[in-house]
Design a protein around this ligand. Structure first.
Ligand code: F6R
Length: 607
């Protein structure tokens, strides 16, 4: 939520900031702005709208200066407007700040500052930071920021510049992502790596309440007592192309096509001699015996992957698993103790509710296993064990390759637990592992076979409602397919366990209602067939997804899309592909902004 970037060096700051912000626009795109210092003068330019609108505002005159900060916003406090856009300046105009997160005590701080005579120009929580900095300004930027931070409650990543200090700037984070990029005679801060990858691969990952002091020559990281903290540089392994569109019309389409590779990178290195081996993983046969219950906790798409995980872990390892939405889990006092394993699933590794659920569980003594895509993210660092999904950077707001790599990881983990508990016969595990290896090629051929989806989306992109039905694992994929459609095409959609429809929702089915029927589970096929007939009898148009070779489905469905043959337990990773593509083409046909759907942001760092 919100992207921030900061630069100090020999280059003109403004173009570096603008390019950086474009790479962070997935984090929020309600408004944008930059502040640059030149000739000991702070210039702030900001606007409601996107980076492209900000560029128009310059009218060809980009402000000069080698030091600056920039921001792209996902509005929380105050509607998107010029005034509420960041950077926010202090009353003297000398100090400018950008902020990602929420200052929970901003109303108290605002009241105190108003009493002291400070004037507010926005409705944001962030503005208190600029005025506090002015109030505490003692000529030392680090001191000033430390004093500000001590007054703040909530979450924040902050970049702060001051025109009396044209050769330095400061930054800090707490519960909001911020990294430092170390260049040659230039240094950077950013909410995420793609913003600065063009300039450096050398990164410092920050912990909460670490103060960063940057000049062009050097980066110092200090604690709140100004004691220096020594850190290792983290070298980014992926390159700029991974975060570019590479000829695809949208990041989402590119990321759909990257799934064979992403799944392969996630699966292949973990298969060693018919066993599953993870790098940072301390769970063994004896420690798993101590685990009486597993929770899988996540949000959104990651939660849907968690549901598949529950099904598989319970089936293969016979350990009870509960899946919970992070924002519910953390407030319902769940029964968690030292015999609980909490599996946290997150693409970004920074989702506020998920991170809070991790911390809450840790406090209660649970062991934490994180399934995370972003290396070095907060969740990855705070968990006891981590399994990375090697999806590479996912830029489109709607998750695709992160989801399928989360599924692949769930498959691996469930097999591993099945082997450790000895509830999964080795011969079955061997067959599953063999099928797992074949999945990347199957995704590839499936994507190639789905040209018809584009035509079908053209027929259906104006529907008002679309339903998704499935049983067992198909139901879990139905939830994900429905979410994809809603979030990027704005078509109302519901997913139902097919057997549950007749308990109420079937009342909504009428002549021409489009229903996706996921029918890939051989064991449940007959039951699913009956449910399809029930909606057909009420006039629904049924689009089915079934396994190759299933001829029976053609007798009941209006259209059928086939996935390659695979054992029931592993179908989800294939079944979701046509649903992702259908959502994508509907959104394109409706003229929606596919990669940046309205009201959303990629990394949800507010609660
Ligand atoms: C939907 C989507 C979201 C995320 C959710 C959790 O396409 O991407 O539902 O899955 O916001 O985000 P992470 O996985 O970063 O914790």
């Amino acid at each position: 939520m919100c992207g921030i970037v900061g630069y100090i060096g020999r280059k003109e700051a403004a173009p570096v900031l603008l390019e950086g912000l474009k790479k962070l626009e997935y984090r929020g795109y309600d408004s944008a702005g930059i502040a640059v210092i030149a000739n000991k003068k702070t210039t702030v330019i900001k606007t409601k709208g996107r980076i492209a609108d900000l560029e128009k505002k310059f009218e060809g005159k980009i402000p000069k200066g080698n030091l600056g900060i920039g921001h792209t916003r996902w509005a929380t406090h105050g509607a998107p407007s010029d005034a509420n856009s960041h950077p926010h300046a202090s009353n003297s105009g000398k100090i400018a700040v950008v902020h990602n997160g929420i200052i929970e005590n901003y109303l108290d701080l605002k009241k105190m500052l108003i009493e002291k005579g400070y004037k507010f120009a926005s409705e944001t929580d962030t503005e208190v930071i600029a005025h506090l900095a002015e109030m505490y300004d003692d000529g030392d930027l680090v001191n000033t920021l430390i004093k500000v931070v001590k007054d703040l409650r909530g979450s924040f990543a902050i970049g702060l510049i001051h025109e009396d200090h044209p050769d330095e700037f400061v930054a800090v984070r707490k519960d909001s992502p911020l990294i430092v990029g170390v260049g040659e005679k230039e240094n950077f801060i950013a909410s995420d790596i793609p913003a600065i990858l063009e300039y450096t691969r050398r990164i410092y990952l920050l912990n909460d309440l670490e103060i960063v002091h940057l000049t062009a020559e050097k980066v110092e990281i200090l604690d709140l007592n100004k004691k220096k903290i020594e850190k290792n540089i983290f070298e980014v392994e992926w390159d700029v192309e991974a975060a570019e569109k590479n000829g695809y019309e949208h990041f989402m389409l590119k990321e759909i096509h990257e799934q064979p590779k992403a799944v392969q990178n996630t699966v292949t290195p973990r298969i060693v001699n018919n066993d599953i081996v993870f790098d940072k993983f301390s769970i063994d046969e004896s420690s798993l015996k101590e685990i009486s219950k597993i929770f899988v906790v996540a949000c959104g798409t990651a939660y849907h992957a968690g549901m598949v995980g529950k099904y598989l872990i319970e089936n293969f390892a016979r350990i009870p698993v509960e899946v919970d939405i992070a924002s519910e889990f953390r407030y319902r006092n769940p029964i968690v103790d030292k015999n609980t394993l909490v599996i946290i699933v997150s693409q970004s590794g920074e989702t506020a509710d998920t991170l809070a659920a991790l911390r809450e569980s840790k406090k209660k003594g649970a062991k934490i296993l994180a399934i995370v895509n972003v290396v070095g993210s907060s969740i990855a660092r705070e968990a006891d064990d981590v399994i990375y999904t090697w999806a590479g950077p996912e830029i489109a707001v709607a998750s695709t390759k992160a989801y399928t790599t989360q599924l692949a990881t769930m498959y691996l983990l469930a097999i591993k637990f099945g082997l450790l508990t000895k509830n999964l016969p080795t011969s079955r595990a061997r067959n599953l592992i063999k099928e797992l290896r074949e999945i990347p090629a199957k995704i590839d051929s499936l994507i190639g076979s789905l040209k018809e989806i584009e035509t079908m989306a053209r027929r259906h992109h104006c529907e008002k409602d679309i339903f998704y039905l499935g049983r067992g694992l198909d139901y879990m994929v139905a939830l994900e397919g429905s979410l994809k459609l809603k979030e990027i095409s704005y078509i109302h959609s519901e997913a139902y366990a097919a057997g549950e429809l007749k308990h109420g929702t079937i009342a909504l089915i009428e002549h021409g209602t489009v229903v996706f029927a996921l029918a890939t589970q051989d064991e449940l096929f007959e039951k699913m067939l009956s449910n399809i007939k029930e909606v057909k009898a009420r006039g629904a148009t049924v689009i089915a997804i079934a396994k190759e070779g299933n001829e029976k489905i053609k007798e009941v469905a209006d259209e059928v899309f086939y996935i390659p043959n695979i054992t029931d337990a592993l179908t989800s990773i294939l079944t979701v592909i046509p649903l992702q593509m259908f959502a994508y083409y509907c959104a394109v046909d409706k003229g929606c902004d596919v990669d940046k759907p309205r009201n959303l942001a990629k990394s949800v760092t507010v609660e």
